[in-house]
Design a protein. Sequence first.
Length: 394
Amino acid sequence: MFSFTRSRDARQIIDALSKSQAIIQFDLAGNVLDANENFCKALGYSLQEIVGQHHRIFCAPEFVATEEYREFWARLGRGELDSNSYRRLAKGGREIWIQASYNPVFRNGKPCKVVKFATDITAAKMKATEDAGKLDAISRSQAMIEFSPAGEVMTANENFCNTLGYQLSEIQGRHHSMFCEPGYTGTAEYADFWRRLAQGEFIANEFVRYGKGGKEVWIQAAYNPIRDPNGRVYKVVKFATDVTERMAAINSLGAGLRALAEGDLAQSIDTPFVPSMEMCARTSTKRLSASVGPCRRSAKMPARSLAARARSGLPPTTCRNAPNSRRPPSRKRPQRWTRSPRLSRIPAAAPRKQAIWSQRRRTAPSAPDLSSKARSAPWARSSNPRGKSATSSA
């Protein structure tokens, strides 16, 4: 009675597992004995197509030819359990991933067959592979480091170690404060920074950090709290990009503009910038040249002109772009138009000779009598010594 009850319970357990699991049975050589409906659906075969076939029909040919595959069945034949995630091929060559266990069944103390229980994990495997690929791509291009919620270093990638100049063994287990200025780590702001991360708050900004030997490094970084299945933060992953060159370019540009504002006109930006800042550098250089040029010309004014401007209350320069500068009033006279008999419109500011010529044309005297002048000419009097006219003498 006990044996019958135990046998009936075993059958019921197998039926229950068969509803949720893909189950297939093999002999010790690897030939298919039986399979349930879930297995046939997962692999795309009917039961008649696989019974009597060898297990190799579910594997890639290159894997079947390896020593690893032969040893796999040798272990099962000795009665050893094998459990793992496996890559298999469904009907038509479609790839499928299963989480399975190969369980030898014993009779009279000896293995007689192998029962395999499997679950299709293809979707989860592909997502895990994709996520791992993305993480690997990020790790190749960015500096990455992981901390505990308290701030201790758990691990870091090669990019992070190269950026800060450390070996992984030098930083593992140490606190994040080793990368910060000592005066900052003792503040309430720094303590609040890690309290927010431990509570799951995401933080991203530009930070100044210090590498080995006190080397200053500027980074664009994001601190990402990672939660466990229960929602608790169990680590903080930081992704960072080295922006030290960009910050140096910004500081150089700011120093040049401050010096110009303070009156130092011998400023230029000659240092090559990073590509992202090159356009800003070109624009700033052009504006500096446009501002400094007029200011340099004004700086060469003679002392007499400078004294005259000082008496007038004007600054010593007339730079158009200089702050708080006043340009002298223009001396150009407004043009007033006058009319002339010959020239319809002549501006009052026209050349002086043209204006005088126009005035003389309007007031010119009548033409002189050349005949009377000729009679009174000296040469005419010398030919008539008595003063008589040519008519009376005739």
